[in-house]
Design a protein around this ligand. Sequence first.
Ligand SMILES: [Zn+2]
Length: 209
Amino acid sequence: MRDLYASHAAALRDALRHAVERGGLSSLAVLHQGVPSASTLTGTDATAQAARVRRQLDRLAPLPRALIVIAYAPRSLKCSCGSRCCAGTFPNPEWNEAMRATLAHVAPLLAGRAANERLHRALIANVLTRTKETAVSLAERCGVHRDTVAAHAAIIETDLVGNRQTAGRFDHASARIDALLREAGTVADQDTNAARLADVANDAQARAT
Ligand SMILES: [Zn+2]
């Protein structure tokens, strides 16, 4: 965690990862992260900062909050139980709950079409995490015709990320959390170079873990 971020995305990624991994972070892992810079928060400072970010997130209505969680929370968490039969990771319950809420939201939009939860999950996750996947690949993965993929994708994407004319629900949720985090002083009002570079490094680290 840091005390100041250049973007809400980096702040949310850190906060949503921090709360769930703090217990499993060994002292060795902390050493491997290297010497913290002046703006890097560790220990209880980081926990307090993660809580501040979450407090702003909790001001959103359930659906916008769920969309933000799907976009920025880790999909799976590292398990430190050390048991021999453990796979080492498990699905993040917070992410799963957010997906459940979003599936319930899109269901009526797709009324009259074949219900395919697997396809809807994939479409929602892809659009919110900006993951490019072809209709052919999705069709294969979810066992449906690619015309079905295209039809469902159009409905889900328009609702969540909008189109050229109108913004989607995720755009509104992002604007709101961005404003709240700036008001709270967690995201810098001015996009300073130092803060932006730190965010880039931070994102690279997030992708590597
Ligand atoms: Zn385990």
